[in-house]
Each structure stands twice: as structure tokens, then as C-alpha cells.
Design a protein around this ligand. Structure first.
Ligand code: HEC
Ligand code: HEC
Ligand code: HEC
Ligand code: HEC
Ligand code: HEC
Ligand code: HEC
Length: 352
């Protein structure tokens, strides 16, 4: 083949360089993926059957990851043991590792160590006040026990619909600030952290694994299957229909202004559910502000069984019988009426 003239070769080289430049600039690049992990992990098929015969999926959805709370963290920021590619079997991720992000007010490297401290002081901490391991230590939740939502799901499935408290109030920032990107970034950062990322039902699901597990409930001498009993009351029933106005577990079990991780047992005088403080939960400005503190006598973890609350139990049974006893005969009569309308001359047996 005849060699290209020198000029056309130069032009070809130039075009190729421009092409490379453009493709590097315009391929969607995810800030987090410096180590090019998605080169392999973006393929949905990437998986293996593990020793127990369970299929493990190693696929990471790029767009879900880049919308998640951890979008700014590099893959290696959490998977710290992966240093070369191809890589060996990865170790478990430590949620308390320091990452490369700097927290602006302290200018320190960011980590979740504070959360661990809050958790340590709470009823869920595995170490008691004397510094000894509590009994049945395996029952105490770790970060990943409660934060086990598919890792790369957006913070909340509501978030897409309601990014901030109200998108409309963005207009207020525009009065003084001119750069859209500036406004949007700060607005979103603050407002998404001002409302909860899970609805009451999702929260209850997190707790159910332990608090509805009869063995754990018995071992730790708790008086109720807490999620089940929450579900028996009005609060829980409304939560099941995705009502977000009803209190979830955190609304009652966290004192005002404390971290959600600092839940205390009811014997602790600082606990929101301590006998002296209970009244304040119900009469809180967002809930029943005009109620008397005595409202707290109402059992919010009520299991309506014969043993614990015979009065409520018979009341419930009475209403089930009353409702069923009224509705069923009524429906039967309507059914007979419909049949008669369709078959005006039908008879059972022969007419004489
Ligand atoms: C060359 C392709 C390739 C690249 C690049 C790659 N991985 Fe992997 N990764 C794999 C394969 C294949 C598996 C499944 C390995 C197996 O059979 O256990 C895997 C498994 C994993 C696992 C699960 C391991 C386990 O056994 O629990 C993690 C975590 C992981 N990769 C993280 C990363 C991170 C973080 C990066 C970037 C720094 C990365 N990978 C880059 C191919 C790749
Ligand atoms: C905020 C920390 C964090 C970041 C950032 C992160 N991961 Fe992970 N990743 C985890 C945790 C936690 C697990 C669960 C397994 C464990 O406990 O180690 C996990 C598991 C995995 C698994 C194995 C899934 C399984 O079922 O075992 C793969 C593959 C993986 N990550 C790839 C990636 C890739 C690729 C990136 C970057 C796009 C990334 N991860 C970024 C924390 C992180
Ligand atoms: C008993 C369950 C539980 C455990 C254990 C737990 N978390 Fe949480 N965490 C939650 C709940 C519930 C929320 C609030 C979710 C919401 O806003 O809807 C939360 C919120 C968070 C937040 C958002 C900030 C905040 O406080 O609202 C971070 C960060 C966090 N957890 C990190 C951790 C880390 C790190 C650990 C381990 C040291 C951990 N969590 C252990 C239940 C738990
Ligand atoms: C009445 C005018 C006004 C409105 C409305 C306003 N800002 Fe500001 N904002 C300012 C001024 C002036 C400063 C600089 C203040 C200073 O440096 O002390 C500022 C500073 C800031 C800063 C700090 C920037 C930095 O680098 O220190 C942020 C973040 C910010 N505004 C976000 C917002 C957001 C988000 C909204 C809408 C919810 C908003 N502002 C509404 C006037 C306003
Ligand atoms: C309306 C407020 C409220 C809500 C919502 C709520 N709790 Fe409670 N919870 C309380 C009060 C008050 C007590 C103390 C009961 C008492 O004084 O007998 C309590 C007690 C408990 C106990 C201790 C039971 C025992 O006696 O040993 C657990 C565990 C518990 N709650 C878990 C949960 C979980 C999990 C959820 C969410 C599914 C939840 N709570 C929702 C108010 C609430
Ligand atoms: C991995 C298991 C586990 C998960 C998940 C869990 N807990 Fe617990 N929780 C426990 C154990 C174990 C205790 C008993 C601690 C003790 O007595 O020392 C406890 C105790 C409590 C108590 C104190 C009960 C008392 O005696 O007053 C409350 C309140 C509570 N949990 C609420 C929650 C809520 C709300 C959630 C969900 C956000 C949750 N827990 C998730 C294991 C768990």
C-alpha cells in the first residue's frame, strides 16, 4: 500500500488527537471513579457463586452511585485494601475510615467516628458503663445492620420528587445570589439534611429485624415485640399506608436535638421515654400540642392480646364480630337481590 503523503498523515494524526481529546472530555466521568473501578464493575453480569452457593452480584450502577450520599467518595476511599488491578478478594469495609474529604468547619479529614461515639453511649452500644462487653454482644447493631439499604440506592426514593424542603424557596436565594450552581449546591446540601431520608415504615423495617425477633426480645428482657406492637396502634397503621406525619420510632425515642444514634433505655432519666419525660413526647408542638401530658398513659406499644390487655382485646373482638356480623349478611342480601335482577324467573327446585 502506498504511504500517505506527509501532510495527510499529519492531518490524520491531528484529527485522531482531537477525537481522543473530545472523547476523554465528554465521556461521562464520575468524580468518585478515579481508580477506574467501573471499567469492570459497570457490567451487570459481574458476579460469582460463593462458597455457600449464593450468587453474589458485584455490579455497581453508575447513575445510582453518583446520586447516592457517598457519590463524592472514591471507591478506594472505602475499599482501602484495593491498591492494584486486577485485585484480590476485598476485605470488609470499615464505615469509620477517614476519607479524603475535608469537613469545612473543623478542617479535619472526614469520618463517621462521632456516630460511633453516639452509638456507644446509647442503649445499642455493645460496651457497658464499666467498660465491659455486654451479654449477647452479637445482638447489638453495627452500622451495617441498620444501614443495609442497597448501598447504591439514592438516599431516598422521595428525594427525586422533593430534593429540598421546597424547590419554590430557591427563588429566595436568587434575590441575592446570582450563580445558579452555587445556590443549588448549598440549598440542596442543607435542605436534604433537614428532613428525614426514610419514611416511618422504612425506619420500622430497620428495627424489626431485632425488635420483632422473639429470641432477642426475650434474651434482653424487653416487654414487647416493639415493631409489631407499633403496628397495632394507629401510628403504625397509618405508617403502613405511607403516611409521613405519624411519629416513627425515632420521633419518640430520640430526645430533642440529639443524634438519632443516641437512643437511651427507659430507665435512664435522660431518655425521652423515661416515665418523667414521656408526656413531653406527645405534647410536642408537631404532635398533640394541646393535649394533657397524661396522654402519655396511652400505650403506644400495645399488643392487644388476652393476657396483656383483656379490655382492649374483647373490645377489638367485639368490633370484628359487629362489623362482620353486619356486613356479611348485608352483602348476602345484596347478592341475592342481584341474582334476582338477572334471573327474574329463576327458582330453586320445580315450581308446582
Ligand atoms: C479488571 C476488572 C476489575 C476492576 C478494574 C476492578 N474490579 Fe473489583 N472485581 C472484579 C471481579 C472479576 C470481581 C469478582 C472477583 C471474584 O471472583 O471474587 C470483583 C470483586 C470486587 C469486590 C468484591 C470482592 C469480594 O470478594 O467481596 C469488591 C469490593 C471490588 N471488586 C471492588 C473494586 C474496586 C473498589 C475497584 C477499583 C479500585 C475495582 N473493584 C476494580 C473485577 C474488577
Ligand atoms: C461509602 C463507602 C463505599 C464507597 C464509596 C464504595 N463502596 Fe463498595 N461497598 C461498601 C460496603 C460497606 C460494601 C458491603 C460489603 C462490606 O461490608 O465490605 C461494599 C461492597 C461492594 C462490592 C461487593 C458487593 C457484595 O455483594 O459483596 C463491590 C463490587 C463494590 N462495593 C464496588 C464498589 C465500587 C466499584 C465503588 C466505586 C464506584 C464502591 N464500591 C464505592 C462501601 C463503599
Ligand atoms: C440502630 C440502628 C442504627 C445503627 C446501629 C446505626 N445507624 Fe446511622 N442512622 C440510623 C437511622 C434510623 C438514621 C436516620 C435516617 C433518616 O434520616 O431517615 C441514621 C442516620 C445516619 C447518618 C445521617 C446523619 C444523622 O445522624 O441523621 C449517618 C451519617 C449515619 N447514620 C451513620 C452511621 C454509622 C457510621 C454507624 C455505625 C457507627 C451507624 N450509623 C449506626 C440508624 C442506625
Ligand atoms: C438578602 C440577601 C441574601 C439571601 C436572600 C440569601 N443570601 Fe446567602 N449570602 C448573602 C450574603 C450578603 C452573603 C455573604 C455573607 C458574609 O460573607 O458574611 C451570603 C453568604 C452565603 C453563603 C456562604 C458562602 C461562603 O462561601 O461563605 C452561602 C452558602 C449562602 N449564602 C447560601 C444561601 C442560600 C442557599 C440561600 C437561599 C436559601 C441564600 N444564601 C439566601 C445574602 C443572601
Ligand atoms: C408514639 C411514640 C413511640 C413510637 C412511635 C415508638 N415508641 Fe417505642 N416506646 C415509646 C414509649 C413511651 C415506651 C416506653 C413504654 C413504657 O413506658 O412502658 C417505648 C418503649 C419501647 C421499647 C422498650 C420496650 C420494653 O418495655 O422493654 C422498645 C424496644 C421500643 N419502644 C422500640 C420502638 C421501635 C422499634 C419503634 C418503631 C417501630 C418504636 N419504639 C416506636 C414510645 C414510642
Ligand atoms: C441488630 C439488632 C438491633 C437493631 C437493628 C435495633 N436494635 Fe434496638 N436494641 C437491640 C438490643 C439487643 C437491645 C437491648 C439492649 C440492652 O438491653 O442492653 C435494644 C434496645 C433498644 C431500646 C431500649 C429498650 C429499653 O429497654 O428501654 C430501644 C428504644 C430500641 N432498641 C430502639 C430501636 C430502634 C428505634 C431501632 C431501629 C432504628 C432499633 N432499636 C434497632 C438490638 C437492635
Amino acid at each position: 500500500m502506498k504511504a500517505l503523503p506527509r501532510a495527510s498523515r499529519l492531518i490524520a494524526l491531528f484529527c485522531f488527537s482531537v477525537f481522543l481529546l473530545i472523547s476523554f472530555t465528554f465521556t461521562p466521568s464520575y468524580a468518585a471513579d478515579v481508580g477506574n473501578c467501573l471499567l469492570c464493575h459497570k457490567y451487570p453480569g459481574i458476579s460469582r457463586v460463593d462458597e455457600e452457593g449464593k450468587l453474589r452480584l458485584f455490579y455497581v450502577n453508575e447513575s445510582i452511585f453518583s446520586n447516592s450520599v457517598h457519590a463524592k467518595v472514591k471507591c478506594e476511599g472505602c475499599h482501602t485494601d484495593i491498591k492494584k488491578i486486577p485485585h484480590d478478594v476485598a476485605k470488609k469495609v470499615d464505615c469509620l475510615v477517614e476519607c479524603h474529604i475535608i469537613e469545612p468547619s473543623s478542617e479535619k479529614k472526614f469520618s463517621h467516628k462521632d456516630v460511633k461515639e453516639f452509638l456507644g453511649k446509647s442503649v445499642h452500644g455493645p460496651i457497658d458503663k464499666e467498660g465491659k462487653e455486654k451479654k449477647y454482644i452479637e445482638d447489638y447493631p453495627t452500622c451495617k445492620d441498620c444501614h443495609d439499604n442497597p448501598l447504591y440506592r439514592p438516599l431516598s426514593f422521595f428525594k427525586k420528587v422533593r430534593p429540598g424542603i421546597s424547590e419554590a424557596s430557591l427563588g429566595r436565594c436568587r434575590v441575592c445570589h446570582k450563580k445558579e450552581e452555587f445556590i443549588y449546591r448549598f440549598y440542596n446540601h442543607v435542605t436534604t439534611r433537614l428532613h428525614k431520608s426514610r419514611n416511618p415504615l422504612n425506619i420500622a423495617e430497620v428495627c424489626a429485624r431485632c425488635h420483632d425477633n422473639p429470641e432477642i426480645v426475650a434474651r434482653h428482657e424487653m416487654s414487647t415485640k416493639a415493631v409489631f406492637s407499633y403496628g397495632e396502634t394507629f401510628h403504625g397503621k397509618a405508617a403502613r399506608f405511607l403516611d409521613e406525619r405519624v411519629p416513627d420510632c425515632l420521633d419518640c425515642h430520640i430526645s430533642k436535638g440529639e443524634s438519632v444514634h443516641q437512643m437511651l433505655p427507659k430507665e435512664d432519666p435522660a431518655s425521652s421515654i423515661h416515665a418523667d419525660n414521656k408526656g413531653k413526647i406527645c405534647t410536642n408542638i408537631d404532635c398533640h400540642p394541646s393535649a394533657s401530658p397524661k396522654l402519655a398513659k396511652y400505650s403506644v406499644h400495645a399488643e392487644f392480646n388476652l393476657k396483656q390487655s383483656p379490655a382492649q382485646y374483647f373490645f377489638t373482638v367485639f368490633f370484628i364480630i359487629l362489623t362482620g356480623g353486619t356486613l356479611l349478611p348485608l352483602m348476602f342480601i345484596i347478592l341475592l337481590d342481584i341474582i334476582r335482577r338477572f334471573f327474574p324467573n329463576a327458582t330453586i327446585g320445580r315450581r308446582k
